[in-house]
Design a protein around this ligand. Structure first.
Ligand SMILES: NC(=O)c1ccc[n+]([C@@H]2O[C@H](COP(=O)([O-])OP(=O)(O)OC[C@H]3O[C@@H](n4cnc5c(N)ncnc54)[C@H](O)[C@@H]3O)[C@@H](O)[C@H]2O)c1
Length: 309
């Protein structure tokens, strides 16, 4: 049986829907703080699917929910860099304590493998682009620090207790049913006023964006193919796109020409990494390849956003 924490959120629900469609027994463990049951509706009545409303901060409950589980995909987190600056303790309790509770539950229940969604932000502000996995992790946000903490505990549990650990350092992932991130933010603003678009920072922040189906392919592949007791992989696209270019691409799909209004400064928010490009050679060696271009991904996401209104 597979247990997916955060399995009703954006990436987690895509992963849960994938495994359920392949016939695996899947339990989603989620406190529904940002995740939605609607993201899993196609599977609500399937016999191989179970939804537990629970919080990873509740160590007794996560422990009792892991009985009979063989593999854990740990995605539950507060994914907001901004929140981690304004509420560092809240972010720490979910992302660090929560991950520790998940690992302890895994150890006590003889779980064989844990797959963890880390982040490109762990590298901080580096001049080495594309950034390879062996680059030092020097976080510039509390969120990134919490992901480094999760990674090193997974490495330690792999070595100490033989629980296989797989870490995926994800770039900016977008697509349905995401309800956060730069594209979602732009869409909401443009819906409210198609004449102008407020862009946080100077619009020149340059990052790698990856469509959700390519991200799910990478998680599934790394989980099934990697041989070591612990390993870690970057997951992203090979090109950097500026925030202004993301806005232009969305406006072109929507057929509108708003005035861009930049709030100024090189960062969009505290802890924002202004240039991010991951080297993906390592996961490509396992057989992963990006399939969806940014243009195509933006088109698909906007089509979905229109129907989700
Ligand atoms: N989306 C991205 O671009 C991106 C990039 C890098 C890493 N990640 C990581 O991938 C994972 C999934 O991100 P997402 O974009 O799907 O975010 P999301 O907010 O859509 O999903 C997070 C899920 O975790 C649940 N959750 C939050 N706190 C919880 C708690 N205390 N107990 C149980 N469940 C809880 C939420 O209800 C939600 O369903 C996160 O770990 C995030 O840090 C995401």
């Amino acid at each position: 049986m597979i247990l997916i924490t955060g399995g009703s959120g954006f990436i987690g629900s895509n992963l849960a829907n994938y495994f359920i469609s392949k016939g695996y027994d899947v339990t989603v463990f989620d406190n529904l703080s940002s995740g939605k049951v609607e993201n899993l509706t196609s599977n609500l009545n399937k016999r191989n699917f179970n939804l537990i409303r629970g919080d990873v901060r509740d160590k007794e409950f996560i422990n009792s929910s892991m009985k009979g589980v063989e593999e854990v995909y740990h995605l539950a987190a507060d994914p907001s860099v901004k929140d981690s600056a304004t509420n560092p303790e809240g972010s720490f309790r979910i992302n660090v304590d929560g991950t520790f509770n998940v690992l302890e539950a895994a150890r006590k229940n003889d779980v064989k493998k844990i797959v963890f969604t880390s982040s490109s932000t762990v590298y901080g502000e580096t001049k080495v682009l594309p950034t390879p996995e062996e680059h030092p992790e020097i976080p510039i946000s509390n969120y990134a620090a919490s992901k480094v903490a999760g990674e090193v505990y997974i490495s330690s549990y792999a070595s100490t207790y033989g629980i296989k650990g797989v870490v995926l350092r994800l770039a900016n992932i977008f697509g349905p049913p995401s309800a956060h991130g730069v594209m979602y933010d732009f869409y909401k603003k443009l819906l409210a006023d198609p004449q102008k678009l407020e862009i946080l920072g100077d619009g020149k922040q340059s990052k790698s964006y990856l469509y959700i189906s390519d991200c799910i392919d990478a998680i599934v592949l790394a989980s099934s193919k990697q041989k070591k007791v612990y390993d870690y992989f970057n997951v992203g696209s090979a090109e950097m796109t500026t925030v202004d270019e993301v806005a232009k691409s969305m406006c072109s799909v929507l057929g509108i020409k708003p005035k861009f209004e930049h709030t100024g400064g090189k960062r969009g928010w505290t802890g924002d990494v202004v240039k991010m490009l991951l080297s993906t050679e390592k996961i490509e060696k396992l057989g992963w390849k990006k399939k969806v271009s940014l243009k195509e991904g933006v088109k698909r996401y906007i089509e979905w956003l229109k129907t989700a209104e």
